[in-house]
Each structure stands twice: as C-alpha cells, then as structure tokens.
Ligand binder design. Structure first.
Ligand SMILES: [Zn+2]
Length: 223
C-alpha cells in the first residue's frame, strides 16, 4: 500500500444566508449570548471547524447512498474497503485492526476554514460581519412569542476553504480513490451546496456556496 498522490481543493466558502456554527452552551456568561457562534479563542474571529464541514459532507453522502437506516442514525462504521463512506471519511474501525485493513487510512482531510483576508480586515475594523438574530419560539398555551437571540455570520462573508485527499494504491494503481474523488468528495460538496451548514437550516440558515475552487496545480475546478 502506497500513497501515490495528494489532491487538493482550495477556494472560498461563501455564506449565502446567516450561518450559525454553535460554540455550545457550556460557557455561558450571565447576560451573555446563549447561542454564540464558534470563534477562534485568541482573535475572537468566527471560523468553521473542518470537522463541521466534513461531518456534514459525510452525513449527506450517507443519506444519498442509503447508509443511514441500517445503522440507526449513527455514522457508517462498517470499515470495509468497498464502502466509499468509510474509505474516504474514515471509520471507528480504523484503529481496531478489525474490519478490513486493506481499506488503508482515511483519505480526506478538511481544514478549519478561517475568514478570508478581506473579511478579516472588515472584522478588525469593527465592521458588522456577525449579527444577532432573534428567532421566535411560540408558547403553545399562551401563544406568546419567546424571542431567542442567535448569533450568525452575515451573508456575503467568505471563508478560506481547503481539503486534502490522499490517493493510495491498494493494488489498483489508485483507481478506486481517483474515482471516489469525483463520486464521493466532489459529490458531497455539491450536496452540501444544496443543503445547509450549521444550525437552523430548516429555518433558512446556513446556505453556502463554494467559489473560485482550484486544484493543487492552481487549475480551476467546477463541482
Ligand atoms: Zn462503511
């Protein structure tokens, strides 16, 4: 087993409707925002964890490939070499030496997406790239609206997106991984563009678009 290529896709992830990637509520301060977005702890800049992007890509692909119901809503963990999901995204069986070792290592790495340089400048100048939106939940008995603030990155903000994909020769000259790059990686990016990222997607949040995508040679990529 040998790695024969390292492919890359880089470009922009553009926010189309308010994006909320939650930071969790474990550090709520009194009087503080109870639905904060995740931020870089040093700079306070919003960012998108690579794990959030990758996790969503994976789950959309599992739905598409009908890998969901037989695993009771949990991620596919079959670990088989012929399972495109486990082969590309990895599986819990990776380290157990069980399942199918011929699958080799996880192929896909998605980097954390930080603000583009223009939006970082806006952020540093105090321009509003983050908003506080009030979403109402309706009390069913009193019919009173209960406004709940939620923090979102505003439409138009761009994050720098990058993923790396390893092509490994498993006795096939890398043919399976090459084909999965199209069928799994690029397909799950297309699925993500048609779905949403982060919280509140069914209420219209989190629509995103990829733009100016390039491969490792700087050549333009279309999804
Ligand atoms: Zn699997």
């Amino acid at each position: 087993m040998k790695q024969i290529a390292s492919k890359k896709i880089s470009g922009s992830l553009v926010v189309k409707t308010g994006l909320h990637i939650g930071a969790g509520n474990d550090r709520v301060e009194i009087g503080g925002m109870d639905n904060p977005i995740i931020r870089n702890p040093l700079t306070q800049e919003p960012y998108i964890p690579g794990s959030s992007i990758k996790g969503k890509m994976r789950s959309l692909l599992e739905w598409k490939l009908d890998k969901v119901k037989q695993f009771s809503g949990k991620p596919c963990a079959c670990g088989r070499a012929d399972c495109p999901v486990c082969r590309v995204f990895g599986s819990a069986n990776n380290n157990r030496g069980s399942a199918d070792d011929s699958k080799g290592p996880t192929r896909l790495i998605v980097r954390d997406a930080g603000l583009s340089s223009e939006d970082r400048q806006k952020f540093n100048e105090g321009k509003p790239i983050i908003e506080e939106k009030h979403e109402n939940s309706l009390n069913r008995i009193t019919a009173e609206a209960n406004p709940r603030p939620i923090e979102r990155v505003v439409p138009g903000v761009r994050f720098d997106f990058e993923l790396v994909y390893r092509v490994i020769d498993t006795g096939d000259n890398g043919a399976i991984d090459e084909s999965n790059f199209e069928k799994v990686v690029k397909e799950s990016l297309r699925l993500l563009q048609n779905d949403y990222l982060g919280g509140g997607g069914t209420r219209g949040n989190g629509r995103i678009e990829f733009a100016s995508l390039r491969d490792e040679h700087g050549k333009e990529i279309t999804l």
